[in-house]
Design a protein around this ligand. Sequence first.
Ligand code: R5P
Length: 310
Amino acid sequence: MTLPTLVFSLPGHEALGKGIATALDVPEGALTVREFPDGETYVRGETPCDGRDVVLAANLFQPNAAMLPLMFCAQAMRVVGARRIILVSPYLPYMRQDARFQPGEVITSRIFAKLLSQTVDGLVTVDPHLHRYTALSEIYSIPSRTEHAAPAIAEWIRSHVDRPLIIGPDSESEQWVEQVSNLAHAPHIVLSKKRRGDRDVVVEVPSLDAWRGCTPVLVDDIISTARTMIETIGHLTRAGYSAPICVGVHGVFAGDAYEELQRAGAAKVVTCNTVPHSSNAIDLTPALTQGICHLLKPTVPSQGTKESTS
Ligand code: R5P
């Protein structure tokens, strides 16, 4: 008899783990993680894994703080007998430094991918920022599964927005904006953007006269400083359009970006629950569950296969 998979959660990520365990209808395992007085971390695996595959819920949207506990917890699971460890991180960080833009820069996406590939045996995530890389398998050596937010975003738009015009802020957004637009049966346009600094972006908006009367819906993968969306809102409102609805897959919201976006005139800000935030309105647990089930299929080898997408 095959023992059921166990779901473990990194401290602070229990809601993600519980949602996955419930959706998969499998038990949760326990880890003890605490801090020694000197700030170092103590980790103990409490639930024997007895050769089972395990799922580790650890959302890496604050990667620097989460990475060391993740490495210790993964090792604890191996100590108590885990066979394969499938990491579920709905937001995959360190994907945007995908090239050396200035001499001497470190391509952190590659280093992070190597570290994670040495830590776990499989990865499930949602719409990682694939720009110069075409697939995670270019930098991750473990099997991975990329789930897509577009179907759930399109469903949300269909049921909440009257006459939507889907707007992607830059050429990178075309991949998901086109899919959302097809699934929502709505027109779309893609703008062009130049980033001059962390908080300095310039967006060019063409004439939108053909879409007067539509509700603008900005769709982007990541909202970080929100400068991309704020700049676009400025163009739209100056051109006399109604306040746009802003939809982000990953609402990272650096500093007070969320408040700034609201102040800039967004009619509504909606995100998927890949990064916990009060704007979460689109649940991607079913997509994550589908990705986990795919990676847990016995036919998937534990090392080095190509990434697949659903
Ligand atoms: C960039 O290429 C991404 O697709 C997003 O447009 C970007 O991460 C948004 O960043 P921010 O909110 O800081 O403008």
